[in-house]
Design a protein around this ligand. Sequence first.
Ligand code: HXC
Length: 257
Amino acid sequence: MEFIKVTKAYDKYIALIELNRPKELNALNLQLMGEVRDALKELDQDDEVRVIIITGNERAFAAGADIKQMAGKTTVDMWKTDQFSTWDQINKTRKPIIAAVSGFALGGGCELAMTCDMIVASETAQFGQPEIKIGVMPGAGGTQRLTKALGKAKAMEMVLTGKFISAEEAEKLGLVNRVVPVELYMTEALKLAKEIASMSPLAVQMAKESVKRSFEVPLEEGLHFERKNFYMLFSSEDQKEGMNAFVEKRKADFKGK
Ligand code: HXC
């Protein structure tokens, strides 16, 4: 891995993927995105890992797709490269992903944060879809996910003007879960990850799948899907452990079985 670092914390329950192209503000070139995809695929299969955090550094989560890599490309080049199959794969990750964002989260960087399930932001974070300023538009989900998160008016303004919003505004608009001082954003992301990692990993993954399904299907179908996942959890040991622990007034010890 040249452009990311992967480490584990808290009894290996939490995996941390750090984007690591600091001089280029973590611009997302094809290799970096391929590394993120491969790491997520591996961590999704890793029984020890329950929650994944993706982060950058204090100055930048990621300032977008690598403009220098894209500048000379034609439509045919872009079509053949098929970079979005990488993004589709990332979106299929079953385990919850938290984006810990400080500094710039722009273009593909904002889209990567929104592809994650939750965002913990430092108060220095800035979110934006500035592609319009370089003659294109968002391509990795920005027009869809931003609109679903902020509603039409705000999303339209951001996408058509390229204007950034602050962490505070992003929190007000519902794009991020919480905003904390810059020295605390990783601590806060780890705290959230730890809390989720103490739950049944099966229930967590099925609940994630169900919440995500609400963006794809009509209510009736979503309710049906939710119900199936709910029933399915009754064949897990974790369901017995969780409910028995409640009755016995003790803390549940979930094994992911
Ligand atoms: C390539 C980038 C980059 C990017 C920054 N750099 N963003 N290189 N692609 N997206 C490089 C700069 O060229 C520079 O390298 C170094 O990082 C530091 O950046 P500066 O511009 O000198 O820093 P600063 O003045 O602080 O400005 C920060 C900034 C600005 C506001 C974030 O860099 C910027 O506007 N970046 C582009 C943001 C953007 O348009 N993102 C959308 C990309 S399109 P050198 O070597 O020159 O000093 C996109 C499409 C997504 O994301 C869909 C497909 C996935």
